[in-house]
Design a protein around this ligand. Sequence first.
Ligand code: BES
Ligand code: ZN
Length: 583
Amino acid sequence: MALRDPHSYCDDTQPRVASFAWKARVDFASRTLDASVTLKLAQPAAAAGPIDLDTRELTVREAEDESGRALRFELSSPDPILGARLRIELPAGCARIVVRYRTQPTASALQWLEPAQTQGKRHPFLFSQCQAIHARSVVPLQDTPAARITYTAELTVPLALRAVMAAGATGRTEQGAEATEQFSMPQPIPPYLFAFAVGELASKDLSPRSRVWAEPGLLEDAAWEFAEVERLIETAERLFGPYDWERFDILTMPPSFPYGGMENPRLTFLTPTLLAKDRSLVNVLAHELAHSWTGNLVTNANAEHFWLNEGFTVFAERRILEALEGAEMTALHAALGFQSLKDALERFSAQPELTKLRTRLQGVDPDEAFSQVPYEKGYLFLKALESAAGRPAFDAFLRQYLQTFRFQALTTEQFLAFTREKLPGALEKVDASRWLDSPGLPADAPLPRSARLDAVKAVKGAPPEALAATWSPAEWQLYLEVLPRPVPAALCAQLDDAYALTRSRNSEVLVAWLTIAVEANHAPALARAEEVLKTVGRMKYLRPLYQSLTRSQQGVQGARALFEKTRSSYHPIAQRVIDSLLR
Ligand code: BES
Ligand code: ZN
């Protein structure tokens, strides 16, 4: 028995599932999917024996082989992190397994929204978010990124709604009060990239290979905000090689989407909090696009090597940004990243092992281990390697890395072996083991430097108007984040009077501002923060805003009282994060 992923029951001595055909009926009334999946094995089972699949909260009705013969199956009692193992006994020669099952309303990958939680307020909405180990709450699978799969899917939904998937659309048929939409995903993916959404959706073309989807009332704003997507793709292709997924569509999510973006292949999911009306937050789009190479093409073997996905992607995101907006702007973003890294290192000071890049996650929920460390420490490690090797050599290395491991998963050890061979001496030069296996940050970490950065940091008190007039949102955000805490109420009032920060349309600036102004009990900020918390479910914002409420005159009691009211509107994962924050 060989269990290589601490978060999966997948046993790589057993037959491997190469593709699946999924059919599901979406029932908004009961918040369940009534589904069946046909799992196709890479090879017919050589001998009779078990196959172990990952599931979470699935009600399995039956399992049978291709000829309709019932197969014996057993669902283990659930592990709190992994879920339940579904063991199916295969006869020799078996090549396909059909499983009929139902999901639970609490499925961890799904958020079911009431019409009131949508922009249009008329129809319900459903979306999935499978990373890292939630696909198993929707489909019984070998749910490890080390196992790639292709799939086809058929989703039956209410007639008024559309289904979209991170796959190619192949047709829609309507019958009675329902429509069935078909999809096919020809490129093999790690299961965490399985994704779909159902709602009142419309689309607009942005380029021959990219369109944006959104609720009709948001479509024009979204199309404007993301209009530069083709330039981003072309820039990324120049840096990292051809785009391998045919289409790059975008889905604008409802505001309760718990992340900024999710790199679902062919259909990136983006939070509507990016709609700043000035394109100032397109770095998130660049980030999700960059995952098309780093993460989706070359994938971490399991969550212990998550930095291979996110560290490389932040590096790639900032290369795209540098090509399009220059080194100064990129340094500002890197400085913001560095701030978030410092916060994360502090937050994890009691669990320093989670601040290593190479982690050990047996018995640890990947959602609990999640932080900016793999992103920003990973980025700095790659910057250190880049400066050790020189940019031309590192660029060539990156391309070779992407070429060598495309459509594969790899571990940190495999990354090291490859780097040792292709960039001789570089690992020693940066002392890679300190980055990978020590907590915290090496003292000689390459910190971002720039003139604009220095200018922001030099400001004492409120910025002079002439300077502030030149500031981008990133500079405002940085200024607010480095202001010495606690910020006096008088300074908050002065800043708000002069610069109307409580009305900022840039969500990053707004949240950075509210975080300090709420703590200072600045009344307009308290009211605005409450508004934000009632509509937005992006975890990056929930955490600091609830935290600041606990430090305001509202205190923990006030924060808990608000959370009581808002809790059910948040994604299940976000609910858990705030539960533990306010406990
Ligand atoms: N893949 C992540 C989101 C994610 C990570 C979801 C782990 C579930 C588990 C995505 O690419 C991401 O990193 N999004 C960032 C944006 C970014 C610019 C750093 C986010 O959501 O804030
Ligand atoms: Zn990412």
